[in-house]
Design a protein around this ligand. Structure first.
Ligand SMILES: Cc1cc2nc3c(=O)[nH]c(=O)nc-3n(C[C@H](O)[C@H](O)[C@H](O)COP(=O)(O)OP(=O)(O)OC[C@H]3O[C@@H](n4cnc5c(N)ncnc54)[C@H](O)[C@@H]3O)c2cc1C
Ligand code: SF4
Length: 474
């Protein structure tokens, strides 16, 4: 192609608008737990894929922590080869249907897309979701290339995105892999935290099922550190290496008066009841959940948005997000904030709770708050919120959900010899995930603190490479 015709070819593509994703209207979706966006049709996917410039030096790939061959899979979509596109993504990403839904693409692959400089970036996440869904619904299982068995055995503790990714990579290298999971369902936060309307559980189950077809064994209801210890995994169970992908699921509270009143939930308990224990389907399922009329959610990350939108769907009349900084500092994904706003969630920004007030039965009935302003930047680089004296006010509420973060559970470090942790209780590793204990690697939230699905997966991939080298050197 001549330079001139290549240029006009590109310009034409650049002018194509980004394909919107159809979704359930807000008024309808606040009454159900069904997924909000419907996903692309094949025609929309073809149109969107045709926008990609197939750059020689793509900006998108270096911005993807698991290094998906993005132009490669998009070219296959553009040719209508959807199954081949799915296989291409799976070369480096074991959970494409999950990533296509919950990854913060605007900060990752799409932030590097060259089209984004002048126009809208290619909708890489939506295409990934389309391809993974198409493959799940229409494809037949294809065994990827598998190495011959090495006779080496790896125990993976925790079945979140870090553990699942690592398991997928190591089974393909010929090692025997068993995942031990404390809960009765594998998937980690994908199953117990992220609600159905954002990530349908059948999708997580299908991704887990794919790994099982590759030969990964999963043992649920095993709490490592209680049922058996890490040392016993080596000494009694005969594993050659252990990966700790146990996440950071211990709720953090505000430590303010009244926090132990009835009706004050941690987001962790609230979402686990609703998602994992299916409380939103009570009484068909056994676990109940309180339905607040006027609900407040403390915090402004993805967990807070999920809690607020769950409360709304469970029947709350008003739901307020109470956050001590301003909109610019809200940590949730842009899409989640947008969806929450569309659904009528009210944002009380620059507001901090001071204490909860209870009624004579010990139930929360109100929250005292103080208005804040932003001062000088603190250690995190964000402007520090400072209370405005005399601005206290009362917010009536009959349910509060505390979603200000989670931290490391001390169970495994306290029952494992020679495992170094830092002052916050997170496991210390080198850049490959190797811990201070021989044969033990760790990755995901238990190393970094609460982060993202894709970063946990990236950590799983790095550790898998290092464990493979270690096992082959034994
Ligand atoms: C409500 C919510 C919404 C989120 N939304 C997003 C989002 O939109 N996008 C995004 O990228 N990220 C999101 N995140 C963050 C993301 O889910 C996490 O960063 C990611 O799941 C971390 O993966 P992980 O594998 O390290 O751990 P986890 O997913 O936490 O999995 C750890 C697993 O280990 C198990 N386990 C723990 N201790 C033991 C033990 N002793 N023995 C056996 N098993 C054990 C746990 O039961 C759990 O299943 C969200 C998190 C939450 C809580
Ligand atoms: S940077 Fe954008 S246009 Fe270029 S290959 Fe990646 S997705 Fe396509």
């Amino acid at each position: 192609m001549s330079e001139k015709s290549e240029h006009s070819h590109k310009s034409k593509k650049e002018r194509l608008p980004r394909q919107p994703m159809p979704e359930q209207p807000p008024k309808e979706r606040i009454h159900n737990f069904k997924e909000v966006p419907f996903g692309y049709s094949p025609e929309q996917a073809l149109a969107e894929a045709s926008r990609c410039l197939k750059c020689k030096k793509p900006g998108c790939v270096p911005s993807c922590p698991v290094e998906v061959d993005i132009p490669g899979f998009i070219s296959l979509v553009a040719e209508g080869k959807f199954f081949e596109a799915a296989a291409k993504i799976r070369e480096t990403n074991s959970l494409p249907a999950v990533c296509g839904r919950v990854c913060p693409q605007e900060d990752q692959c799409e932030s590097g897309c060259v089209l984004g400089k002048k126009w809208d970036p290619v909708a890489i996440g939506r295409l990934e979701r389309f391809v993974a869904d198409y493959d799940r619904l229409h494809g037949s299982f294809q065994m990827p290339p598998m190495a011959s068995p090495t006779g080496k055995r790896v125990a993976v503790v925790g079945s979140g995105p870090a553990g699942l990714t690592l398991a997928g990579d190591l089974i393909k290298k010929g090692h025997e892999v068993t995942i031990f999971e404390a809960l009765h369902e594998p998937g980690g936060v994908l199953i117990y935290g992220i609600p159905e309307f954002r990530l349908p559980k059948e999708i997580v189950k299908a991704e887990v099922n794919y790994l099982q077809k590759l030969g990964v064994r999963i043992e649920t209801d095993v709490v490592v550190g209680k049922t058996l210890t890490v040392d016993e995994l080596f000494e009694e169970e005969g594993y050659n290496a252990v990966f700790l992908g146990v996440g950071a699921g211990l709720p953090v509270f505000m430590n303010i008066p009244g926090e132990n009143l009835c009706g004050v939930y941690s987001a962790n308990e609230y979402l686990t009841r609703s998602n994992l224990m299916k409380a939103y389907l009570f009484p068909d399922y056994d676990t109940p959940i309180a339905v607040g009329r006027n609900v407040v959610v403390l915090g402004a990350g993805n967990v807070a948005m999920d809690s607020a939108r769950t409360a709304l769907r469970l029947g709350a009349e008003t739901v307020r997000i109470v956050y001590r900084r301003s909109r610019a500092e809200m940590p949730a994904r842009a899409e989640e904030i947008h969806h929450a706003e569309e659904e009528g969630i009210v944002f009380e920004l620059l507001t901090n709770p001071v204490r909860f007030l209870g009624d004579d039965r010990g139930w929360v009935k109100a929250m005292e708050c103080v208005r804040m302003e932003l001062g000088e930047p603190d250690a995190s680089g964000r402007r520090r919120p400072v209370p405005i004296p005399g601005s206290e006010f009362i917010l009536e509420t009959d349910m509060a959900i505390v979603a200000i973060g989670t931290t490391a559970n001390p169970l495994i470090p306290s029952t494992t010899s020679g495992l170094e942790t830092n002052k916050w209780g997170y496991i210390v590793t080198d850049e490959t995930g190797r811990t201070s204990k021989k044969g033990v690697w760790a990755g995901g939230d238990i190393v970094t603190g609460s982060a993202t699905v894709i970063l946990a997966m990236g950590a799983g991939r790095k550790a898998a490479r290092a464990i493979d080298e270690y096992l082959m050197s034994l």
